[in-house]
Ligand binder design. Structure first.
Ligand code: ADP
Ligand code: ZN
Length: 733
């Protein structure tokens, strides 16, 4: 076949194409293109790979000059808009930056293979000309409804007419109703930028104007929208969203906990007349297919999504908003390690459109970029409508200690009592799920640990279980100690939210107390209902983990108590102070959002700690100035660069040996140093023994090239060894 005339013809077109397949492939594979097939860079195709058929994207660039006859042909081109050139650049960029195989980044785009084919039309029913020989009341109701001439679904028609589906089937059988095909429907309506224009304050207007001006310009830009909680950041960036929609561009709004922010979707609807399409792990598979497809075709104009929405195949993306840009949820630590906030900035740069980063407590990285003029900073220092920020105070636990066996200071308890008496709500925040973080035997001192992780088992009293929060291992709480056999001598150490709720119940038996945490039974749906109930005032005291910190609006919430403000400080994480500052500011910012006088009280053993002082001083600038100075002195991000290598294996020695080998392979340069290997703080996870190396370079250092060399020159990965590269690590566990 090689010298057939068709082949020569095909070769002048392009007989061979590179195809990037969604696997850990370092580069695209070459495939022959059959004569009658029309493919171009970006086309989504099906190709044979070993014994299987996989989908992939036709890539750019040259292929090795091989004889097409020796290559396997592309099986099929899907009827799907091609992946855009800037999305392809983006995939390459992310792969290069994160040191991941491009195929694995492409895999994040090609998540939903069922969406590569057009949605099939659904079957509908419409009234035909015939009428039944025998008319019944039920049949008459159906016919009357169907007289509207529209097409109905079988079950929709039956339900609307209040008859069984059998009645409808009978009418189909007698040709009274005929089957028609209904084309696929858009998952959401097109948002109307003019639907409801709010009256912005002068300050908000000025901020919005600056954002709007950046939309549709030729160049990309990054704006840091930095405003206190309740200043109206959402209202302000909605103006930029409206502008992008008006200019015919698509918009992506990223949120850290999209599954839970029903309030956000409602606000979007009030502003634009319909909801945005949603993209997160709780979206049902069929819906995901539709959203993916319609994002590619351009039918969906606005997506609100979690970090993975950054990899949707937008056709005409023109704006990305990253709300709560400082949030840790943007960091993915699985397969491809990336920070969606940083990658969004890159996406905007490659696509030539603006990116808005919004936060009340921006990351130090973003603040430094803004101060250096790389980002534009738009500052909203006041709450909308003159609402006061909560008055903040510290409770020194050394002086106002909780009663024996309790965790709440009498000072805090008194304030909770007064709040409830006034008919307002109190929130107690503790970032610990379950009842107690540690259980031990009072007689022999045995501690309950996970068999597969270096972690204590957390008691969940409500479920009667001890659980590992790292791998999900669980066992029933035993009656006797497994070590010494003594009965009934297990003690719970330290508080979790369940235990705080118990303490609250003891003090306020008549108050309605709700516990909110991510492991609640009933999952997201139940949580959403609970959050709504709280907003409606159906609880007096809420005890919650960081779920409640994020973006919810509780109008009656006037007291926020932080059970353990010190938690998270001194964890060895270079961002510990920043994290604590952000989390505590965010939680206390829940209070008083509707103008009532409100308070935030932080229980601490370290009242003089700079973080505590910064929070209560109401002067975040001082905190940032100090934190930025310390980072600069230590050469930590963004003044220096970090990369982590996490080595794991089924046994400790193999893991350590491999980690040492990597270290030895490190090139010698002046501007990059390697720390470790050291056993990871979480030395064991799911039975895998972990060692960490930390690569620290100055700001200009090519840390990627350095790590690449370590891996290439280092020992071959054999057996159970796995090496994960984490550029710009957020976690040091
Ligand atoms: P942030 O995101 O900065 O915390 P929001 O955008 O959530 O602030 O606004 C806080 C509250 O103030 C919301 O309930 C919002 O509806 C209201 N609000 C803000 N700006 C306006 C405005 N211009 N007109 C009416 N309500 C506003
Ligand atoms: Zn475990």
């Amino acid at each position: 076949m090689t010298d057939s005339p068709q082949f020569t013809l095909a070769q002048t077109r392009q007989a061979i194409v590179p195809v990037l397949v969604p696997m850990p492939a370092a580069r695209p594979y070459s495939y022959a293109v059959p004569e009658d097939m029309d493919v171009r860079p970006g086309s989504i195709v099906q190709v044979p790979l070993g014994p299987r058929q996989v989908s992939g994207v036709v890539w750019d660039g040259e292929t090795d000059s091989v004889d097409p006859a020796k290559l396997r042909p592309v099986t099929q081109v899907f009827d799907c808009p091609p992946i855009s050139p800037d999305m392809r650049r983006f995939i390459d960029w992310v792969a290069d930056y994160t040191l991941s195989p491009p195929g694995m980044v492409a895999r994040m785009v090609l998540r939903v293979p069922a969406a590569f084919d057009p949605e099939p039309p659904t079957q509908g029913l419409r009234l035909a000309d015939r009428r039944p020989e025998r008319m019944t009341a039920a049949r008459a109701r159906v016919i009357e409804l169907a007289q509207d001439g529209l097409s109905w679904t079988r079950s929709g028609l039956a339900r609307a007419a209040g008859v069984s589906a059998g009645v409808v089937d009978g009418l189909v059988k007698h040709d009274v109703l005929e089957t028609v095909l209904i084309p696929p429907q858009p998952v959401v309506a097109v948002p109307d930028p003019e639907y409801y224009r709010p009256d912005l304050s002068a300050e908000q207007r000025a901020a919005a104007d600056r954002l709007v001006a950046s939309v549709g310009g030729a160049a990309s830009s990054v704006c840091l929208l930095d405003g206190v909680t309740g200043s109206g950041k959402t209202e302000v960036y909605f103006e930029a969203v409206a502008e992008a929609i008006a200019q015919g561009r698509q918009v992506l709004i990223m949120l850290p906990e999209i599954a839970l922010t029903a309030a956000f979707l409602e606000r979007f609807e009030q502003r634009f007349g319909c909801r945005p399409a949603q993209w997160h792990s709780d979206v049902a598979p069929r819906m995901r297919e539709k959203v993916w497809r319609q994002t590619a075709t351009g039918d969906v104009r606005v997506v609100a999504g979690a970090r993975s929405s950054l990899f949707l195949p937008f056709a005409e993306l023109g704006l990305i908003v990253v709300d709560e840009e400082h949030d840790l949820a943007y960091k993915q630590e699985d397969r491809v390690f990336y920070n969606a906030r940083d990658m969004a900035v890159v996406r905007g740069h490659l696509g030539g459109f603006p990116v808005v980063l919004a936060s009340a407590t921006p990351s130090v990285e973003s603040r430094v970029n803004a101060d250096a003029g790389k980002y534009r900073r738009i500052h909203l220092p006041e709450r909308f409508g003159g609402a006061a920020l909560p008055e903040l105070g510290l409770i020194d636990l050394r002086r106002a200690a909780p009663a024996r066996g309790g965790f709440l200071s009498p000072v805090l308890l008194e304030d909770i009592g007064k709040t409830v008496e006034r008919g307002e709500q109190a929130l107690l925040f503790l970032n610990r799920r379950g009842y107690a973080p540690l259980t031990l035997c009072r007689v022999c001192g045995h501690r309950f640990e996970c068999p597969d992780c270096s972690a204590w088992l957390v008691e969940h009293r409500f479920r009667g279980q001890l659980q590992c929060h790292h791998c999900g291992y669980s066992e029933r709480v035993p009656e006797a100690c497994p070590e010494c056999g003594t009965l009934d001598h297990l003690v719970a150490c330290g508080p979790g939210v369940e235990r705080i709720a118990e303490e609250v119940d003891r003090h306020f038996p008549d108050a309605r107390t709700i516990v909110l945490s991510s492991d609640m039974m009933g999952g997201v749906t139940r949580l959403r209902l609970e959050l709504e109930a709280i907003a409606q005032g159906e609880a007096d005291i809420v005890v919650g983990t960081q779920l409640v910190a994020k973006g919810h609006n509780f109008p009656m919430m006037t007291l926020v108590g932080i059970v353990d403000a010190d938690l998270g400080l001194g964890s060895g994480d270079p961002r510990a102070a920043e994290r604590t500052f952000q989390l505590l500011s965010q939680v206390t910012g829940r209070a008083g959002r509707t103008g009532r006088h409100s308070r935030g009280l932080l229980q601490t053993y370290q009242p003089m700690h700079p973080v505590m002082q910064a929070i209560i001083s109401g002067d975040p600038e001082a905190f940032y100035a100090r934190e930025i100075e310390e980072r600069e002195r230590a050469g930590l991000p963004p003044f220096g660069r970090l990369a982590a290598l996490i080595v794991s294996a089924n046994d400790r020695l193999t893991s350590e040996t491999h980690a040492r080998g990597l270290r030895q392979a490190a090139p010698r340069t002046r501007d990059i140093t390697v720390l470790g290997p050291a056993e990871a703080p979480m030395a064991l996870i799911r039975g895998r023994h972990r060692f960490r190396l930390l690569v620290h370079g100055n700001r200009q250092a090519d840390i990627q090239a350095f790590v690449r060399t370590m891996i290439e020159k280092g020992p071959k990965q054999r057996g159970s060894v796995r090496v994960q590269v984490d550029i710009d690590p957020q976690s040091f566990m």
